[in-house]
Design a protein around this ligand. Sequence first.
Ligand code: URA
Length: 265
Amino acid sequence: MESKETSLAALRWLVEAGADEAVDEVAHDRMARHAAAPPGPGARSPKPAAPKLTSNDAVLASARDLARGAQDLAQLRAALDSFDGCPLRHDATNLVFADGDPRARVMILGEGPGAEEDRQGLPFVGASGRLLDRMLACIGLDRTSVYISNVLFWRPPGNRTPTGHELAACLPFVERHIELVDPAFLFLIGGTPAKTLLGRSEGILRLRGKWAHYQHPGMPRPIPALPSLHPAYLLRQPGQKRLAWQDLMALQAAIRSGRDPLLAG
Ligand code: URA
């Protein structure tokens, strides 16, 4: 039998590797998910089975069909709820769709839910969210005057970096989300949303602070998008807040002018 010290060392190692919370009372063998074992006592309500669609093309086609069929935000949320093609949903507690006012002029897109967001089913409600709230307050905005979502709708386990497949599976829903909200400005916080939506490969420190047009075939016009630094990064690197401040000032100026900064003379 393992000694207490060995178990504690293993636990410390897991926490350092990012597995910083227990998601259930007992350990689950995810590889045996489909074994025909009856649910044990205290089993959670059944989650959708693991993705049936095995080819990426089929997953993407299904995501596009579902997203395109959504005529409003409630339908888009329901479509995501029925979508089985993003593996992240099988380890997540909640779908994290959006918060704020969908009629707002600014739509903020982050990377993906963390532990607190996964628990509450709302974006940016953990430590990063508290910093985001303070950042928005600096330019006279709050959660009732912006609309907030992410480019992933489920939490990557342990907050690991999302895979290309996970991002691609969510992208048709993100694109439809932007189309339906039709904001005047996009504020893309972090490298993942900036690169995913603007089709760029540079790091966020190169992309930030530079307006770019987000355009998608279904949209009547391009939307000016400003990449900026993610609050989680700012919590680790507070010295970089001055760059985020410059971006917030640029966003505020654009909101006040009501004009596309890329077209304004
Ligand atoms: N980080 C994100 O990118 N999104 C959230 O919703 C929370 C933390």
